[in-house]
Design a binder for this molecule. Structure first.
Ligand code: HAM
Length: 426
């Protein structure tokens, strides 16, 4: 077989050194959920197809066009998870997590699968970090969830994004609003395809990007102006709490989310530097989802932040969160010092220093070249004569300066040097 193997179309891979930034992004974002008391949940990557049909909604693009569905050897229809919320809900119901303390607060991270047309920032295997908080409709929980995402982005150093929020109303006020919108749409001059879209979900016409549709939709009725008293009060409180948290937002009353389960508070984080795929994260409240999936009548709220897009946003803003070097120290043994060097490498790693060494017979010149390419800021050269004297030569790569350091002090010496180095970098 001569065909070259390649990763499937639309599936990104993250290789060193970029993958260190990838891991750091996941850590920085999820740290905010840990700080707010969310517990980690590891979920199946595939589930019964029915879960997504019932949970996400048959009329959505995600379910009708983008699912990776297959029949297993037992004849069951399974689907690679296109999103995380339905799976979390299924697990909470199945394992009775909703019978304990409420709200149940969970976070997750990993790959999701959507058969979309690939382009920069839009992938068939995408990764998300997400949270779900189930069992309370307190607006304080809405503000907490939104703020966790915002704090996470800030911790990465991102500034070129905005938070858009709206309220989609509830089972009380949405049907009447929907009727109003349908009546309004009937009076417009829309092409058949748009009418078809409107029949499935009239709200989708609100975020149509074509100028001729935008112009006609200028006076369309908006959900925000038709909220019932209780939704209006809820949304007002969410806004006041976001302001109290110092979480800046703009209202986007025309926001349309791609999944059917949303009610009340909905939000999206939009980055201006990413072109067409500008949504770096989004979420909202989903008051009917749990009962739809056979559980109690409990409400919930959560978000999914696109990790692939967060990485792109960091690249656009010139940010590299996480360690600035792939290694702390690189060890170069000379001649018969190899076994001693192996011991030293072990000791340095045990002291928490990211340590690697040269492998193979390289000679001093080749070994120093390898040391240089390793990216470690410090190199330890261990020769036979130094060993007899109980020292190693420590070279600082940025200055080229080399000093003998007693082997017994080496780990402590390096730890101190690295911490002053980090301080100088900050
Ligand atoms: P979503 O808006 O479909 O929501 O996806 C969340 C984020 O995942 C998007 O904002 C985007 O950054 C990223 N994303 C989605 N599709 C792709 C793709 N094809 N390629 C790259 N990134 C992508 C959800 O999935 C909901 N489950 C979020 C949620 C949780 N709502 C409540 N709880």
């Amino acid at each position: 077989m001569n065909d070259k193997l390649a990763a499937p179309k639309g599936v990104p891979e993250y290789l060193p050194p970029e993958s260190a930034t990838w891991l750091a992004i996941k850590d920085f974002l999820s740290q905010q959920a840990v700080l707010a008391g969310y517990g980690y949940i590891e979920l199946p990557v595939f589930e019964d197809t029915a879960l997504y049909v019932r949970g996400v909604g048959e009329s959505t693009d995600v379910v009708s066009k983008e699912m990776y569905t297959f029949t297993d050897r037992g004849g069951r229809s399974l689907t690679l998870r296109p999103e995380g919320t339905a799976g979390v809900m299924r697990s909470v119901i199945e394992h009775h997590l909703d019978r304990g303390q409420l709200p149940v607060k969970l976070w997750y991270a990993g790959p999701f699968f959507r058969a979309e047309r690939p382009q920069l920032g839009r992938y068939r295997q995408l990764q998300q970090f997400g949270v779900e908080a189930i069992g309370s409709d307190d607006p304080a929980l809405d503000a907490e969830v939104v703020t966790i995402a915002d704090r996470g982005y800030r911790a990465l150093g991102l500034t070129g994004y905005r938070l858009e929020i709206t309220s989609l109303g509830c089972a009380q006020c949405r049907p009447a609003y929907r009727e109003k919108l349908v009546a309004f749409l009937e009076g417009l001059d829309l092409d058949e395809e748009t009418r078809q879209r409107a029949r499935i979900n009239p709200l989708r016409v609100l975020d149509d990007k074509r100028p001729e549709v935008i112009a006609q939709m200028a006076d369309a009725p908006l959900m925000l102006d038709h909220l019932c008293e209780s939704c209006a009060e809820h949304f007002g409180e969410v806004r006041a709490l976001l302001e109290a948290h110092g979480t800046a937002y703009v209202l986007n009353p025309r926001m349309v989310r791609g999944l059917d389960y949303y009610t009340r508070t909905c939000f999206e984080f939009v980055h201006d530097g990413l072109g067409a795929q500008s949504g770096i994260g989004g979420g909202g409240r989903y008051d009917g989802l749990m009962s739809e999936l056979g559980g109690q009548e409990l409400s919930g709220i959560g978000f999914g932040l696109g990790l692939d897009r967060a990485l792109l946003a960091c690249q656009v803003e010139g940010l590299t969160p996480g360690p600035t070097t792939p290694l702390d120290v690189y060890v170069v043994p000379l001649g018969a010092a190899r076994r001693q060097a192996a011991l030293l490498v072990g000791e340095l790693r045990a002291a928490g220093l990211r340590t690697d060494q040269v492998f193979g017979e390289r000679g001093l010149k080749g070994a120093m070249k390898a040391a240089d390419r390793s990216g470690a800021p410090f190199v330890v050269v261990l020769g036979e004569r130094d060993l007899e004297a109980g020292v190693a030569q420590l070279k600082t790569m940025s200055t080229g300066e080399q000093v003998p350091v007693p082997l017994t002090d080496l780990a402590a010496y390096l730890t101190t040097s690295l911490s002053t180095r980090t301080e100088n970098h900050q």
